[in-house]
Design a protein. Structure first.
Length: 92
């Protein structure tokens, strides 16, 4: 399912116009992005948890040459499904 299909499905189930669904989604996603950029976790209890973690610089290996390379430090996003989401997926 892509974004357009998701918005159409939400629009139909919630009996809302697609442009309103899109505005709500985009605003919510902006808020989630801002929270994560500030290092704040986003937890929708039972549904999903999104956190940011700092990953230190490390030594890796170039798979083609086997040469050791330095992989720079970065911020990593971690997404963990909640119990409701797990149950819905495992029910099928």
């Amino acid at each position: 399912m892509n974004k357009t299909e998701l918005f159409a499905a939400i629009s139909e189930r919630a009996n809302m116009r697609k442009d309103i669904v899109a505005k709500i989604w985009d605003t919510g996603f902006e808020i989630i992005q801002e929270s994560l950029a500030d290092g704040e976790a986003v937890r929708l209890t039972g549904q999903i948890g999104i956190t940011v973690k700092q990953q230190d610089e490390r030594t890796g290996k170039n798979p083609k040459t086997g040469e050791a390379i330095q992989i720079p430090a970065r911020t990593k996003i971690s997404i963990k499904p909640g119990n409701e989401l797990k149950a819905a997926v495992n029910k099928k």
